[in-house]
Design a protein around this ligand. Structure first.
Ligand SMILES: [Fe+2]
Length: 233
């Protein structure tokens, strides 16, 4: 189930979850840090298979939620790896009172992955705070909801025609990678977000792994310029 993208970075696709009545595919990322410990991003539903594959890669030390919508499976991973740190944004911690968090994430990585994975924190929408990550060694940007790349095949299989039209018009599709229209419209104080996106692009990402849609395997930098053209222009 785990697919290697580059050395020390894997992703795995989970099941489809329902959000506001629509099917969303799920995806997690696993990074092996310099000390051999694993960093899990947005874990998908835990199965024995995927847990075994991850255990074979090394000790799980950090479990990371990128935003408050990506919380569904945090508890079951924390139960499986009780010694791992659990990290999330402020809004997620407020929402998930039943979970034990090790710390709140914002701009500036904690010591556990500082210098290896960069993070960019966005609080521009009143409905969402979200982190984008960048794994330096593999030059991979890791994005939950701020860029979505649904394939025509997935949309045809899972979404009604009228919603497919909205997805296409709002460019939350493969090749464009915009966020959903409500997220984009509610994104305020854009001047504060632009330097962060420019810094991310300035790191020359080669790959972009999104939670929802197709993985961008080459020229991630050009992809991100397009995916955030709504913000940067
Ligand atoms: Fe999401």
């Amino acid at each position: 189930m785990l697919e290697p993208l580059r050395l020390n970075l894997w992703f795995a696709d989970g099941g489809v979850v329902s959000f506001k009545g629509f099917d969303y595919p799920t995806r997690m990322v696993v990074v092996r840090l310099a000390d051999g410990g694993l960093w899990l991003w947005s874990p998908v539903e835990r199965t024995a298979e995927i847990e075994d594959e991850i255990r074979a890669l090394g000790p799980v030390r950090n479990i990371v939620s990128p935003n408050k919508l990506h919380h569904l499976f945090l508890g079951e991973w924390q139960a499986a790896f009780p010694d791992a740190n659990l990290w999330a944004t402020a809004a997620t911690i407020v929402k998930c009172k039943e979970l034990r968090f090790s710390g709140v994430l914002a701009d500036g990585a904690p010591a556990e992955w500082n210098g290896q994975i960069d993070q960019f924190y966005f609080t521009n929408s009143p409905f969402m705070d979200e982190l984008i990550f960048f794994h330096r060694a593999s030059r991979t940007a890791i994005i939950a909801d701020l860029s979505q790349t649904f394939s025509a095949t997935f949309l045809k299989r899972h979404w009604p025609w009228w919603m497919r039209s909205i997805a296409k018009l709002s460019k939350m599709i493969e090749g464009w990678g915009y966020p959903p229209i409500d997220y984009r419209i509610s994104f305020r104080n854009r001047a504060t977000a632009r330097p962060k996106i420019r810094e991310l692009i300035g790191r020359h990402p080669e790959h972009v792994v999104v939670a929802h849609g197709e993985v961008v395997r080459t020229d991630g930098e050009a992809f991100l310029r397009r995916a955030f053209s709504w913000l940067l222009q």
